[in-house]
Design a binder for this molecule. Structure first.
Ligand SMILES: Nc1nc2c(ncn2[C@@H]2O[C@H](COP(=O)(O)OP(=O)(O)OP(=O)(O)O)[C@@H](O)[C@H]2O)c(=O)[nH]1
Ligand SMILES: [Mg+2]
Ligand SMILES: [Zn+2]
Length: 396
């Protein structure tokens, strides 16, 4: 293919990639469709002039990155977006198509959705500051933050209209999304299997009357059209939710083709089988980008007090009217929160959930900070030992 006519249009290819599972020690191979985006390129010189090109905006490039780029010291470079996180390498999308970047210890931690700059030999130069970052405490007992996705316009919190629907879990997701300063949309799937949709939507409306809620049959392309308005040119939408709720099914219906594997849920409890094992970014024919994620077994909050307060804003306003500034909303006199519960304006469940999430994010935040501090003092100690052994060798 000549330089001038390559990537004249979006083309779709199938290939097998290796993705990292939720369990970092296990790796699976699965087949995903990949799209390559591009344009007519008269000159293959990958310089910064290209960053204002339409195809980069198609990949989600924004004015904020352009401004960052203008303030960088070095000249040249090629913008790339992380589209997948494999074992040992990141998958990247650039205006010239797909490429990979080997993960080395000197790279900053990156996640799907990140923008970075490569040099002409496709080596890492710079990670752009993120517009938004979505993260959680790593699953299990590890005191670490796990980066999930970045630079998002919308997050679809996907839940199915069956007994897997869980309002406390949705509140958790809302806290995370609100903390990342991204607008959440609750997408309720499997409406074709549900007799009483309003029973679910009313419970969500009670959380927040302004919450964006969509109900769909993910298997029906006409039904998912309601979601296309969120996915216009260059907009990035992440789908999160438990296994089996139909995230990948939605991705496939919105893409108009089966790029992601899906599989049936267990009949006894409607739980999924953890079919998707890695995060991946997909270009929609209509111009948006969809970020599919594996179903989360566990969603622990860390350091997201703002997100929790945003999610429970009515409670925060009530608490401002309590007589005591440090009111715990238990049995204190003049507690406006308890008064609201007694009068039926606020549910007890909501207060319990609020206090639980506030505690959890503080505890996890503290344990991550402690682990980091331990790591720093250990590396300082290691450096001191190395320095003194070098000095000994030199006979100092
Ligand atoms: N009837 C019906 N079935 C659906 C709908 N959405 C998804 N499904 C089915 O639900 C099952 C699970 O869907 P997936 O798309 O694999 O779920 P997922 O959320 O991606 O699950 P993980 O990848 O495990 O996190 C599949 O059998 C889908 O066909 C829907 O709206 N209606
Ligand atoms: Mg999936
Ligand atoms: Zn109170």
């Amino acid at each position: 293919m000549t330089k001038s006519n390559r990537f004249a249009s979006i083309r779709s290819t199938k290939k097998t990639i290796t993705t990292q599972q939720a369990n970092p020690n296990s790796v699976v191979e699965h087949s995903v469709g990949r799209e390559t985006v591009g344009r007519e390129i008269a000159d293959s010189d990958p310089t910064v002039e290209h960053v204002s090109d339409l195809s980069l905006s198609r990949l989600g490039w924004r004015a904020t990155f352009q401004r960052q780029l203008a303030s960088l010291e070095f000249q040249g470079g090629r913008a790339a977006r992380v589209s997948a996180h494999h074992r040992g390498q990141y998958g990247l999308l650039t205006e010239q198509g797909e490429t990979n970047l080997a993960i080395k210890s000197d790279l900053p931690p990156m996640t799907v959705g990140d923008w970075l700059l490569l040099d002409e030999q496709e080596r890492f130069l710079h990670l752009f500051e993120r517009d938004s970052l979505f993260s959680r405490k790593a699953a299990g007992s590890r005191s670490e933050r796990q980066l999930i996705a970045s630079n998002l316009d919308w997050v679809f919190i996907v839940s199915s209209l069956n007994h897997d629907f869980n309002i406390n879990r949705i509140e958790r997701y809302l806290a995370l999304v609100n903390d990342a300063k991204v607008t959440p949309v609750v997408v309720l799937t499997k409406r074709d299997l549900c007799d009483d949709i309003s029973a679910y939507t009313e419970r969500l409306r009670a959380l927040d009357s302004n919450l964006l809620i969509e109900t769909v049959n993910g298997l029906d392309s006409d039904s998912v059209q309601a979601l296309e308005s969120y996915c216009s040119n260059g907009k990035t939408v992440a789908l999160i939710g438990s296994s089996g709720v139909g995230k990948s099914t939605l991705v496939n219906s919105l893409l108009g083709q089966s790029e992601q594997s899906t599989s049936g849920v267990r009949t006894d409890d409607s739980k999924g089988r953890h079919t998707t094992t890695g995060r991946s970014l997909h270009l929609m024919p209509s111009g948006g980008l969809l970020l599919d994620t594996p179903g989360m077994r566990e969603l622990q909050l860390a350091d997201c007090e703002d997100g929790v307060n945003d999610t429970f804003s009515e409670l925060v306003s009530l608490a401002e009217r309590c007589r005591f500034g440090d009111c715990q909303h238990q049995e204190e006199p003049g507690c406006a929160v308890q008064a609201a519960i007694l009068s039926g304006c606020l549910s007890e469940r909501r207060l319990v959930s609020y206090q639980k999430l506030l505690r959890e994010q503080a505890l996890n935040g503290a344990s991550i900070a402690e682990k980091r501090a331990q790591g720093r003092s250990q590396s300082k100690l290691y450096k001191r030992i190395q320095d003194s052994s070098r000095a000994n060798k030199r006979g100092e």
